[in-house]
Design a binder for this molecule. Structure first.
Ligand code: ANZ
Ligand code: ZN
Length: 833
């Protein structure tokens, strides 16, 4: 036929690949292994263009590796627990399980339509007991090794809905449903001891040389290693206040000491003084995220207590309770240096406390006025014996004195905190612990795993449905047999995604994974996903891998050898006169303007933004596949922008891709020419093979596409020859990773053996990569006068003769003899007159 028809072809080849089990990964294969992984999706409803772009990139690499002779693992699954399913349950009265599973079915169908080379036999969903049961077993292993512990910690509490809120449910300090001011409340929660790994996680970053620098830097900052000093201020009436600082050099700039509202001294005062108790209640309002605490208005209460400066017995500092001091960081107390800390400056300005300069760019600036906090390094000023020392020297000197005189100790501090994994939600992995009054927190015996989530729960009132289930939590203590209570908190969904790549690599029924099999695949060779996961997911997965290594379950330090973070898919937005967003389907072009089809009113065609439901600029992949076929969509996703940049969706772009698919088809179905050389075509082919391979290897998919475009143009223009026919066959193999359905159909039309998917990646002849013609500049007295085309490697005499006999040059010379001729082979001839 003269047109490639995706509607008929796509599914035919998808079925063939499936029948032939082309993408099944064989762990026992002797071939070199390649593990290509894209971050698995949350089953929110439908696949969006961002997914399509992400998975297309991974797919090109997976197919390329397969053609190179690797045994490829390219799996897909579902990050299936989480809040949206519970919200849907509350809003639409559907069970989170059926909502999630039906979304998975829809999205799986959508992915299959795109023809991804995925090993569907390894599909997993984290919400199924055959996944989370193994997670519970791993949790218990970590518990046994002391890497899981329980501790009181602050959560966001909605006093109206009487429920704990996740950070993302706190909006501007208020509960997202009730609108009530959120309070901080203490609850017993489970933690993973990630801080034990802070130093290794930091050092490990140095080994990740196939990760983007920006991601490594973000992780480094998140871990936040710093040297500091922990020391005690004495209270004149006895007792002490211990503080932590990363700027001991500013100790002479202290103007107050501030303690957290949760600090024992604050709590002791509150027990006796109602004004203190009132202040603490007020200070505890607002969310628990660092960002919220940073931006909230600074509130303070002067306790009337004082402490003595450790380097000056005559210097008393007031003790305040302040809302910006966190209880679970450092010691829950600090000394304020308003001149050089932003929060302290704001606090001191509000409460009229002294602001003094103790750091300056140079000693000459000691008296320069401070109009804002100067958070600088420089030299110490107004600081007695520290004056003139650099910031680093002054820090070291204060630490030295503190240690020598016994009032403090140098510390290494990490900003990283232990990972709180308790969630007071239903739709998550049940924490496999039973609470007994006599025995405490008892692990569920492994032969009783999985602890299965009950299906019969209600969502009509706020709170955790597991708490109010009539029977689920009532169990006997596994140790003493007395009535006890099941833990009703579930695990943070980041736990589920911290080890799924291991389960993909090895999935025995009776244990989480087989170490030898998993290690045959791991680490993931190339991981591809959104930069929004640059910190948490990637850090947790790195931690989980190291934790498994520490307890002897896996011998692996880093789970992801290569990381690539792709850009977003963006699209124009449209806004009606009343400011509401309109979808592309609701508007049409009229001349240079856009109008709302229904009302005929003008519409502003606005900025290009990330596709999102709220802005109604989403394009549904299904509709596009229906219209243009899978390959055109895949092609467009790869073609327009470098993969790390944003890609703007456009109809022009997808249509261009669809036209290109047909151009390749027409070439493939042009008559085969049995004989005839064409050196230029052969050279172009070999260059394209090299260019496409190098581009895919470097994840520069747009460059691979550009190289294919060039080859196609050359072949369209070339006269028939055997060389051209051969180039067309090879072209089909080269486009296969990007446009696999077209490639199979074209391969069959060309009478190729078997399927394209089984063809090895073509080799290029390096000798054909070099141009065998070069351009020679001809200068007269140093001025460029002419250019010549000559065979590469032509000798000096021949070049000189060729230059001198060129019409243009002999006209210029008017019969004169050159004084001298300088020849640089393959480059230039300079004639000096
Ligand atoms: C004196 C000082 C002077 C400080 C100065 C900073 C600048 P990072 O670097 O993020 O680790 N701090 C100590 N404990 C705190 C707590 N529980 N809640 C809130 N802030 C606390 O932060 C360390 C600095 O944060 C410490 O150093 C302390 O203020 C404050 F020019 O001490 B600094
Ligand atoms: Zn017991």
């Amino acid at each position: 036929t003269d047109r490639f028809d995706p509607a008929a072809s796509d599914s035919r080849w998808q079925e063939r690949w499936e029948e032939q089990r082309c993408f099944r990964a064989d762990s026992a294969s002797a071939k070199p292994k390649a593990y290509v992984l894209e971050m698995f999706p949350y089953p929110s409803g439908r696949i969006h263009m961002g997914h399509v772009r992400n998975y297309t990139m991974g797919d090109v690499l997976a197919r390329f590796r397969r053609a190179q002779g690797h045994e490829v693992l390219h799996p897909m699954g579902w990050d299936a627990f989480g809040m949206p399913a519970e919200n849907a349950a509350m809003e639409n009265k559907v069970h989170p399980g059926s909502w999630t599973r039906s979304n998975i079915a829809t999205m799986r169908g959508q992915l299959k339509r795109l023809g991804f080379a995925l090993d569907w036999s390894r599909e997993l969903a984290t919400c199924e007991p055959d996944y989370y049961g193994h997670e519970q077993a791993l949790f218990l292993d970590l518990f046994a090794a002391g890497l899981v512990f329980r501790r009181e910690s602050e959560v966001n509490w909605d006093p109206v809905d009487m429920t704990v809120l996740a950070n993302e449910q706190v909006i501007d300090g208020r509960g997202w449903r009730s609108g009530a001011l959120v309070e901080r409340r203490k609850l017993n929660q489970w933690f993973l001891r990630i801080t034990d790994f802070a130093e290794e996680l930091l050092e490990g970053l140095d080994t990740l040389d196939h990760w983007p620098d920006k991601v490594r830097l973000m992780q480094e900052n998140w871990i936040g290693k710093s040297r500091g000093l922990q020391f005690r201020f004495q209270r004149p009436e006895g007792g002490e206040v211990e503080v932590f600082t990363t700027r001991p050099d500013t100790i002479f700039g202290a103007s107050f000491v501030a303690i957290s509202p949760g600090h024992p001294i604050a709590e002791a005062l509150a027990a006796e003084r109602p004004d203190v108790a009132d202040f603490i209640a007020l200070a505890k309002q607002g969310g628990t995220t660092a960002a919220e605490i940073e931006t909230a208005e600074k509130l303070g209460f002067d306790t009337g207590l004082t402490v003595t400066h450790p380097l000056d017995p005559d210097w008393q500092l007031p003790v305040w309770i302040a809302n910006f001091v966190l209880m679970d960081y450092g010691t829950g107390a600090l000394f304020g240096v308003p001149g050089h800390d932003v929060r302290d400056f704001e606090f001191a300005t509000k409460y009229d406390l002294p602001i003094k300069r103790v750091v300056a760019a140079s000693a000459d600036d000691a008296e320069a006025p401070l109009t804002e906090a100067e958070t600088i390094s420089g030299v110490a000023v107004n600081s007695r014996f520290l004056d003139g020392l650099t910031t680093d020297e002054a820090k070291a000197e204060v630490i030295r004195r503190a240690e020598a005189d016994g009032w403090g100790k140098g510390t290494t501090q990490y900003r990283l905190r232990d990972w709180g994994v308790s969630r007071q939600r239903y739709w998550g992995t049940p924490i496999p612990i039973i609470h007994c009054d006599d025995c405490g927190a008892v692990p569920v015996p492994k032969d009783q795993l999985p602890v299965v989530l009950p299906e019969d729960v209600t969502f009509d009132i706020p709170g955790n449905p597991l708490d109010r289930h009539p029977t689920w939590s009532k169990v006997d203590c596994p140790t003493c047999g007395k009535p006890a209570r099941r833990e009703t908190d579930t695990l943070d969904t980041f736990v589920d995604s911290s080890w799924y790549f291991i389960r993909f690599a090895s999935q025995p029924e009776d244990k989480p994974f087989d170490a030898a099999e998993a290690q045959a695949w791991l680490p993931v060779g190339q991981y591809i996903g959104g930069v929004e996961h640059a910190i948490l997911h990637l850090l947790y997965a790195r931690f989980w891998t190291r934790a498994l290594e520490r307890i002897g379950r896996l011998s692996l330090k880093e789970p992801f050898k290569g990381l690539f973070t792709q850009g977003m898919v963006t699209h124009e937005t449209y806004k009606a006169g009343d400011g509401s967003w309109l979808s592309p389907g609701e508007v049409t072009r009229s001349g240079d303007d856009w109008i709302h089809i229904e009302s005929g009113q003008p519409v502003t065609s606005g900025r290009v933004e990330k596709m999102s439901k709220s802005k109604k600029n989403v394009v549904d992949p299904d509709a596009i596949i229906d219209r243009y076929g899978a390959d055109a969509v895949r092609w467009f996703m790869l073609s327009d922008s470098p993969p790390e940049r944003d890609l703007e969706w456009s109809i022009g772009g997808i249509e261009g891709a669809a036209r290109f698919v047909q151009r390749v088809w027409r070439l493939a179905t042009s008559p085969v020419e049995p004989s005839g050389e064409d050196k230029a075509v052969t050279r172009k082919l070999h260059r394209t093979i090299a260019a496409v391979g190098a581009a895919i290897e470097g994840l520069q998919f747009n460059k691979a596409i550009a190289a294919v475009y060039e080859l196609v143009s050359t072949l369209e223009k070339a006269a028939p020859s055997a060389a051209r026919s051969e180039a067309i066959r090879t072209l089909v193999i080269l486009v296969a990773p990007m446009a696999p359905h077209l490639a199979e159909e074209a391969w069959a039309a060309l009478g190729g053996d078997g399927m394209v998917v089984d063809q090895p990646w073509p080799a290029h002849d390096p000798a054909l990569l070099v141009d065998d013609e070069v351009t020679i500049a001809v200068q007269v007295n140093g001025k460029l006068r002419h250019t010549l085309t000559a065979p590469r490697g032509m000798d000096r005499e021949a070049l000189q003769a060729m230059a001198l006999s060129a019409d243009k040059i002999s006209a210029l010379m008017e019969g004169a003899e050159p004084r001298k001729v300088i020849v640089v082979p393959d480059r230039l001839v300079n004639i000096v007159l």
